[in-house]
Design a protein around this ligand. Structure first.
Ligand SMILES: NC(=O)c1ccc[n+]([C@@H]2O[C@H](COP(=O)([O-])OP(=O)(O)OC[C@H]3O[C@@H](n4cnc5c(N)ncnc54)[C@H](OP(=O)(O)O)[C@@H]3O)[C@@H](O)[C@H]2O)c1
Length: 230
């Protein structure tokens, strides 16, 4: 045990689970704000049932856990892909409510706990915040807005000795799709990257980090030919 506590949203599966496992290995106590409980009995792992898009749920979670937090990771998110003109309103609202409002409610409630330990905040963003695509309206815009929130927060917290990093992540192998995807980022690799970020000397921080797999699928077009498709 290292006497440090991390709080992660959505660590019952996918990327959050991988990050959680790396932190547990490092001796962190991990608090998971999980809409679906994993019910995994792991040493130093505490789950609190919480739908982050519901501000009352977050307030109740805070009543259950109100101690210092050394590392807060805003991870939970959804992807709903559809053209703006045909997207169901519910899918749009869920995207905003989870990816954006959920992040706000969690930060709004728990920043004071991070301040107590002069800790770190990691915002799990996506490269879709800058590489936009058709049918990506709900996802790309919520991830870009999240980056805006992270940048404002950076200015609000830097003189309080709280560091905040927005990670612009490439594709992650978040589950087994029964296809070859080993080229993608592995959740545990992102966890290791987070450890490296927070272990930097306290006087410096990385506000924005682009994280990509080294060898993604190859573009069939070569050189300047690629530009014909931009
Ligand atoms: N996969 C990628 O290629 C990729 C790339 C870049 C960035 N990201 C980002 O990485 C983060 C995690 O994605 P992932 O790939 O691990 O997705 P995932 O496998 O679908 O997992 C999403 C996690 O978020 C949780 N969640 C969703 N809505 C929630 C809510 N209202 N309250 C609490 N938890 C909620 C889910 O819980 P339930 O089990 O209850 O649904 C699950 O634990 C997201 O922010 C995503 O945008 C992913």
């Amino acid at each position: 045990m290292n006497n440090k506590t991390a709080l992660i949203t959505g660590c019952n599966r996918g990327l959050g689970e991988g990050i959680r496992n790396i932190l547990l290995k490092q001796g962190y106590t991990v608090i998971g704000l999980n809409r679906t409980l994993s019910n995994q009995k792991l040493k130093n792992y505490i789950e609190i049932k919480c739908d982050i898009s519901n501000s009352e749920n977050i307030e109740k979670a805070k009543e259950k856990f109100n101690k210092k937090i050394d590392l807060l990771i805003i991870n939970a998110g959804i992807r709903r892909f559809e053209k703006i003109e045909s997207m169901k309103k519910q899918d749009w609202e869920d995207s905003v409510n989870i990816n954006l409002n959920g992040a706000f409610y969690t930060l709004n409630s728990f920043i004071e706990n991070v301040k107590k330990s002069k800790g770190d905040i990691i915002i799990i963003g996506s490269h879709s915040e800058k590489y936009t695509f058709e049918e990506g309206g709900a996802y790309c815009s919520t991830k870009l807005a999240l980056r805006g929130m992270a940048e404002c927060l950076r200015e609000e917290l830097r003189y309080e000795d709280v560091r905040i990093s927005y990670l612009s992540l490439g594709s992650i192998k978040n589950r087994n799709h029964n296809i070859y995807e080993e080229w993608k980022l592995m959740p545990e690799e992102v966890g290791i990257t987070i450890l490296n970020i927070i272990n930097l000397p306290k006087r410096i921080f990385i506000p924005y980090l682009d994280i990509r797999p080294l060898q993604p699928l190859k573009d069939e077009k070569k050189g300047i030919e690629k530009l014909q498709y931009v």
